[in-house]
Structure formats: structure tokens, C-alpha cells
Design a protein around this ligand. Sequence first.
Ligand code: CUA
Length: 357
Amino acid sequence: MKDKDLRIDKSSRPVAAGKWRCPALTTGLALLLSGCTSYYSSPGQTGTPYMFEPSGRTAERIADLWWVMLYFGIFVFLLVTSILLFTVIVKARQRRDLEVNLNPASGMGWIWLGGILLPSFILFILFLLNFRVLDAITAPASETPIRIDVVGNQWWWEVRYPDYGFITANEIHLPVDYPVQVHLTSADVIHTFWVPQLAGKIDLIPGKTTHIQIEATEAGIYRGICAEFCGAQHANMAFIVVAEDERDFLSWVEGQMEPASEPDDQAAQEGLQVFLTSGCPACHTISGLQAAGKIGPDLTHLASRRTIAAGMLENTRGSLAGWIVDPQGVKPGNYMPPIEMSSQDIQVLLDFLMTLE
Ligand code: CUA
């Protein structure tokens, strides 16, 4: 992604007479804009979620609406400020020697025009524009969409592909220029699914299923986040969406549909035994091997994922080792218990986990 320079240079400052310049406004704007690039930065991040660089059909509509609303806001702000300044500077000077008119009825025209008619007109236009965008982004897709089921958990995402019959976690793949219908629910508390560059937000509510349609218009890796406070590790409940061309998507699907098989390598075989005897299968599933736990993420194709710990760390042998040895140090409060293991056992366990491609 190209670097965005959002610092405000001197030429873009609001032009105003020296004594009317408002330092608070420029400082506030600078702070606000600088936040656009740094928000949600974290170690395992793959691309900053930046809603003003949309790559999805609905995100494009939402971003367009946002700009229109900003322009309306600027127009109203400039209008009100101009009238205010005109009154304070010009009128006050003209009337310095005149008596102040305190008749309450004299300003009624302004109240009707500026306080009721103009705001009603502007709000009505914005309402219509909102309505149009809402209608467009919730319209059913012209093609039969691919279905993806997402279950929110404290603090990770289970991702199921019922059309293909496999389960993964914290990483969603989808083909570019093809509609995807995401069905969402939660296993515990309310979470919110948000991929700023692809679509709007949608809540995941326990006992209820919500839906959102996504269609990526550009291949890429997009960062998604939980946008509803859901407990200690809310800030580290991220995921990635990989939008790719149809051929890459289908070859990924084929890979994910395969069950895992026993490794050929001697060390990895020992690692499998460590996995099976250390309590891991109580929480994790590896289809094809005797592990069918339902509490934690499915690990059948763990090594194929780009991140671990819900988008928090890059998926490398080193970070996987750190995560297994001290999950509470990495992500305090999460439900992965620390497991006592010799360093020899950890090495062979990592050898095994790296075979789960
Ligand atoms: Cu899940 Cu915040």
C-alpha cells in the first residue's frame, strides 16, 4: 500500500485574518487525520484498514456518502461562520452609535430561514442520499453468493465454508468481483465484524444470525477488526481477508478441504504424539487426526494461515513457540492455558504444527 502523507502543510490551512485564526481547529484536524493511518496498527498487521481507500462494492458507496456529508458539513460551517463574522465585524461597526434593537419579533425571519427551513432541507437531502446507499448495499446479489459463516468468540473468529465443508479461523478468503454472503453469530458476547475497506459494520449477536454482503473489487489482503468492546482482548481480535482471483481462491479451497495426514518426518511424528497427549485435542480440531476439540480454533491447516492469535502475530515458528509456551504473556486473559512442556517436546511439536499446510 502506498504511503499516505496526511500531515497538513501550511498552504492547506484555513486562510483567515490573523486574530481570527483558530489554532485549536488546525491542531484538532491534524490529530484527527493523523489517526487515519495509525489506528489499529499492531505487530501482525497486514495493511492498515483505511476506509477512504475502499476496495469493495459497499465500502465504495459508504466512502462516497461520507465525502458528500463532509462537503455538506463544510458548506454549513462556512456559511454560519461567514454570517457570524459579518455580524460581529461589519454590522457591529455600522451600529456602534445606534440603539440596540431588543424586540424579540425582529429576528423571526432568521429563525425560520436559518433555524428551520435550511437545516430541514439539508437533512432531507442527506436522508435521501443515505437511503439510496442503504438500499444499494443491502440489495440481493445478481449471482448466487458464496456463503461464509463467521462465529465470534472471545477473542478470535471461527470461519466456516458450508458450501465446501471446512472450517478455518481468523482468515477469510474470497474471490474478487464475486458476491459473498457472510452469516454471523456469536458464541459468547456481542462482537462487531468490520473490514473497513470492503464493507460496513455488522454485529455478531449470541442466539441470532445477522448477514452482510461483501464483494471485493480489487485483489489484496485486508485487515478486519472487532468493532464492539467485548472484553480484555477486544483490541486484539482481528482477522484478515484475502481477496484473490478465482483460480487462486479455488486452489485455496481445495487445500482447505483436504484433511490432515500423519507426517512422514520422524520429529514431526513425535510432535503429533506430543500434541495428542498434552491436552491439545481437548480444545482443538485437526481433521484426519484424532483431535476434535471445539473450544479453540480449528488447526487442520494452521501453517497455511498468515497470522496466529487472531491477527496479532505473524505466523512464524518463533511466534508460534512464544504463543504455546506463554499464551497468557502474549494475550492476557485469553482462554488458551499455558502447557508445561520440555523444550525438546516444544521443538517437535512445532515441527508437527508446521506440517499442517
Ligand atoms: Cu470482539 Cu471486540
